[in-house]
Design a protein around this ligand. Structure first.
Ligand code: BES
Ligand code: MN
Ligand code: ZN
Length: 487
């Protein structure tokens, strides 16, 4: 996706679709009035007739208008005096987004009355448009480039351009996450994921990438991670990304993304219905890569490490069996009662590995449990944390970005569900509170760290007829990194 900021007169903008938000005609902006004059007052006439002006939700699509370069114009009603808050702005934009996706328009310009909004509000509006434009123009099969042009009265406004660039970085990050997550498992192996990470380090000089193979992981005693990779012929990878943009030796924020490129369940084989959706079991990894691509084109005063344990989970003659006991990198032993609870096994070693970076915080992102889908559906990501302040700032970022999370408790009472006579921990905790016992399992490897866990099993993709990745929670995490509010 690309974007421009322009100050052109409205009749001069060469795009497929020109969107003009219209307050009550008496508050209409100078540029609209000029355009209207050029069209013999056709626009104001039709706006009045159809009651568009000053009416949020009202809109009319016009084609092939004389003297106008844009192929179509969408007049949309906005608040009476043209000043709208975020919620009015979203309502104003909804018909635009619907038209863009319906008409499959790839080059769109939108006039934004900047007025004098608060910075935060303008940033949120901007992020909202870019995100929605990305969604409206996305197709996995037909990848194409779309361009959003923002028309303002003052393109030299430095902060506007900077904010719009941030919106674009967010949209492009989301797009990368979607594209990777949507790929079938045969086209998105651990090795391919590692190559995608290397591409990022080629594209952005603030990003460095290193990739560990199984021999190197074995040396570090990442045995629970390797136990998942035991049954597949695809070599597992541990991908480590570094965004070192803060000169101040700031401790890094570590993002750990679950990268199971296909989860068959292993010996505890999943039922076949919807098993194809387990190609999405690397959506956490895709999220980390999307966040890094956005970071690469932004200049944030943070240091971020990404850790992606990448493997398939497959059954085989040599695969891990229920009842096997494995010593994790931390030294804690784990009884694997269900080989389908593999996410926590690759994440626990990754969290242990994260300690080497002396992190400020560790956040893992994982399509971890079906139970989380049952609990929260597709609207909220499940959030668990051992630090209330961190949890609060993640929740706040979710609200800010419209990419919400909801917190679940990690009370020690839940821990007893993981007790076993054969190891320090069992990898499953029975039928009840499955999202929490999975989180609790991870918390046992995060002692002494400020840690949070995002269970995105319900939010990372849509099932059914609309089956596609959502790009969540890239927006939540970027908001968090931009604000680093956890202190
Ligand atoms: N990747 C799945 C979780 C999942 C399932 C996400 C369905 C989205 C939709 C995970 O590895 C898994 O299989 N979890 C098991 C855990 C159980 C064996 C304790 C689950 O949720 O059934
Ligand atoms: Mn599984
Ligand atoms: Zn899984």
């Amino acid at each position: 996706m690309k974007f421009n900021v322009k100050t052109d007169d409205l009749h001069n903008v060469k795009v497929e679709l020109l969107i003009i938000p219209l307050p009550s005609l008496k508050y209409a902006g100078k540029k609209f009035l000029e355009l209207d004059k050029l069209c013999n007052h056709f626009l104001s006439k039709i706006a009045r007739e159809k009651q568009i002006d000053g009416n949020i939700g009202a809109n009319i699509l016009l084609h092939s208008i004389d003297y106008v370069s844009a192929r179509s114009i969408l007049l949309v009603g906005t608040s009476k005096n043209g000043n709208c808050d975020l919620s009015d702005f979203k309502k104003t934009m909804q018909p635009c987004i619907n038209q863009i996706s319906k008409l499959k328009k790839k080059s769109v310009a939108i006039e934004i009355h900047q007025g004098n909004p608060k910075r935060d509000e303008f940033e949120q509006k901007c992020n909202f448009i870019f995100k929605q434009f990305e969604t409206a123009t996305y197709s996995y099969k037909k990848q194409s480039n779309s361009t959003l042009t923002i028309l303002t009265n003052n393109s030299s406004n430095h902060s506007l351009v900077k904010i719009a660039k941030q919106g674009l970085a967010l949209a492009n990050g989301i797009r990368l996450t979607k594209n990777l997550a949507n790929k079938p498992a045969n086209l998105c192996t651990p090795t391919i994921l590692a190559n995608e990470a290397k591409k990022l380090s080629g594209n952005y000089k603030s990003i460095n990438v290193s990739v560990m193979n199984e021999v190197q992981m074995k040396k570090l005693k990442m045995n629970t991670l390797l136990s998942v990779a035991q049954g597949t012929t695809q070599p597992a990878k541990l991908i480590v990304l570094k965004y070192s943009n803060s000169k101040k030796n700031k401790r890094p924020i570590v993002l750990v993304g679950k990268g199971v490129t296909f989860d068959s369940g292993g010996i505890s084989l999943k039922p076949s219905s919807a098993m194809d959706e387990m190609k999405y079991d690397m959506a956490g990894a895709a999220t980390v890569l999307g966040v890094f691509s956005a970071l690469g084109s932004m200049d944030l005063d943070v240091n971020v490490i990404g850790i992606i344990p990448a493997t398939e989970n497959m059954p085989a003659g040599n695969a891990t069996k229920p009842g096997d006991v494995i010593t994790s990198m931390s030294g804690k032993t784990v009884e694997i009662l269900n080989t389908d609870a593999e996410g926590r096994l690759i994440l626990c070693d990754s969290i242990t590995y994260a300690r080497k970076f002396k992190p400020e915080v560790v956040i893992d992102i994982a399509t971890l449990t079906g139970a989380c889908v049952v609990a929260l559906g597709s609207h909220a990501t499940g959030l668990m944390s051992n630090n209330e302040k961190l949890a609060e700032s993640l929740l706040k970022s979710g609200i800010n970005s419209g990419d919400r999370a909801w917190q679940l408790p990690l009370w020690s009472e839940y821990g007893s569900q993981l007790n076993t006579n054969f190891a320090d921990l069992a990898n499953v905790g029975g039928r009840t509170a499955g999202a929490i016992t999975a989180g609790y399992f991870l918390s046992q490897f995060a002692e002494g760290l400020k840690w949070a866990h995002l269970d995105i099993a319900g939010t990372a993709w849509n099932s059914g007829a609309n089956k596609l990745a959502t790009g969540r929670p890239v927006a939540l995490l970027l908001d968090f990194l931009i604000n680093s509010k956890f202190k």
